[in-house]
Design a protein around this ligand. Sequence first.
Ligand code: ATP
Ligand code: MG
Ligand code: MG
Length: 543
Amino acid sequence: MEVVSRNFIEHEIDKDLEEGVYSEVCTRFPPEPNGYLHIGHAKSVLLNYGLSKDYKGTFHLRFDDTNPVKEDVEYVESIMEDVKWLGVDFKDHLHFASDYFDTMYECAIRLINKGVAYVDDLSADEIRDYRGTLTEPGKNSPYRERSVEENLSLFQEMKDGLVEDGKRVLRAKINMASPNLNMRDPVLYRVAHISHHRTGNQWCIYPMYDFAHPIEDAIEGITHSICTLEFEDHRPLYDWVVKETEFDPRPRQIEFAKLNLSDVVMGKRYIKKLVDEKTVDGWDDPRLVTLSALRRRGYTKEAIEEFVKMVGVSKSNGIVDYAMLEYCIREDLKLKRSRMMAILDPVKLVIENYPEGKTEKLSMPNNMENEGLGQRELTFSRELYIEREDFMVVPPKKYFRLYPDNEVRLMGAYFVKCTGYDLDDEGNVTCVYGTYDPETKSGSGFTGRKVKGTIHWVNALDGKKVEVRLYEKLIQDDRTYAINPDSLKIVRNAYVENNFQDAKPGESFQFVRNGFYCIDTKDSTEENMVFNRIVSLKSTFRL
Ligand code: ATP
Ligand code: MG
Ligand code: MG
C-alpha cells in the first residue's frame, strides 16, 4: 500500500471541512503585476491549484493590482501566459483587485462609521516615529480622536483629489501598544495621484496591501488564503479586517515557507534590476529562473511540476539546491527526446580508406531507451567532425577514446583506428586520420573484437553549422548577487547532423554524450540556428 503523506495545509483544510467551518474549498494565486513570475511563484500557483483540484473546489487567478506605481499591463499578460503554460485553468475565475475598489472604499467608510478608522495628518516619518519599537509601545496620533463626521468628510476630500500625496492617510484604530507592530494603527488608504493601468484616473486614493488583500479574498469567497511566511505576523491584522468589515464566511490565512533556490537570482525586484540594467537579455534570458526564461531555455512544465512536488510544502525556510531542478528536467527529457549527434568543438577526422565521393546511409535509433521514438537516417562519408576532446596525441590512463593506433567505435557506424594527425605551428591538432573496418558496421552482428570507447561524429559533408549557447550560473554568490562574468559562453562553430533541417524553435533534443538543448525561440533563424543548453548530462545531484 502506498502511503501518501499529507502536508500541514491539507491537515488544516481537512479539519475546517470536518468542523463545518467551510463547506467547500476555494483558493487563489494573487500575483502583483509588477514583474514576471519566477519558479517560486510556480510553487505557489501549483500548490493553490492542486489543492482546489484535490478538494474538488475552485481556483482563482487574481491580480493584486492595488499599487499602480510599479504595475503594468505587460506583466499582466506575461503572468497569464505563464500560469496557462503551467496547465492551470483560470478562464472562469480571472479577477482583478482593482475591480473591487468601490467595495474597498465602502468597507473603509464602514470602519469609519464604526469608529475603528480615522484620518491622520501625520507624515510618513512621524507615523514611523510614533509607532514605537518591539520593546517600546507606540504613541497615539494627535488626530486619533477625530469624530466620525470629521473623518468621513476628510476621507471624502482625500477621495475627491483635494489632498496632496503623503499629506493624509486613513488608519485603522486598533492598539498603539500592541506587541505586534502591524496592529499599531496600520495605514489602510493613502493618497496617490497616479494613473492605474486599469482604472485610469478614477481613483487618487489606493488601499494598502494589508487592508485590500483580506477584502479581495472575502469578496471572492476564498476559504484558504495561502501566503508565504513573512506574512505570519500580519495574520492578526488580516483577521481584524475581515471581522470588522463583516464578511461572512471569513477567509483564513495560512502561511508556508517560500521556495529559495541556491545560485539563482530570485525576487522580482532583483530580476527587474538585472533587466533594467541590461545585465541580462530581458525577463526571459535563459540564465534567469522566471518561468518565461525557463521555458525559453527548454524546461517543460512537467519538470517544474515534479520539482515543486519534490520540494514539498513546509513551515520552515530552507534553501533548495539548484541541482534538484536540473535533475527534474533531465529525468523528464531522458526518454522523451531524440538523442542526436552534435559537435561543439570540432576537429576533422579523415577516414583514409573510405572512398572519396562516396556517401552511405546508416540507420540509428532515436533513443536507445525508448523504441517508440523510432529510427532516423544518417549519412556517412570520408570526412567527419569529432569532438576535439575525443582525440589525444598522448592519452592519460583510462582514456578510451581516439589516440594514435587506438581503435574506437564511431557511434552507429564503424570501428575506426587512428593512423595519424596534423599539428599547426602552436601544436594544436588540426586534423586526425584513421582507417575504418567495413566488417564492423553497427547492427551487422560483428563480434570479432571489441573496443572500449564509442565516440560520436557529424558528417562534414552535410553537417549544419550552428550557434550553441552554454549557460553557467548567473551569480557567483548567493548573498551579494555578484555577477559571474562567464555565465554565457557562445560557441559559433558547432556542427549538428543533417536531421536538424526541419527542427523548429522551442524543440529540444539530447546531444549525445553531452546534454539537453533547446532551439532558441527568440534568436534562432533558418540560416543561424541557435541552441540553448538546458542542462548537461552529468549530475551532481543524487536522490
Ligand atoms: P517576489 O518576492 O519575487 O517579489 P512577491 O511575493 O512580491 O514575489 P507576488 O506577486 O506578491 O510576488 O506573489 C504572488 C504569490 O506568490 C504570493 O502569494 C507569494 O506569497 C507567492 N510567492 C512569491 N515568491 C514565492 C516563493 N519564492 N516561493 C513560494 N511562493 C512565492
Ligand atoms: Mg507581493
Ligand atoms: Mg516582492
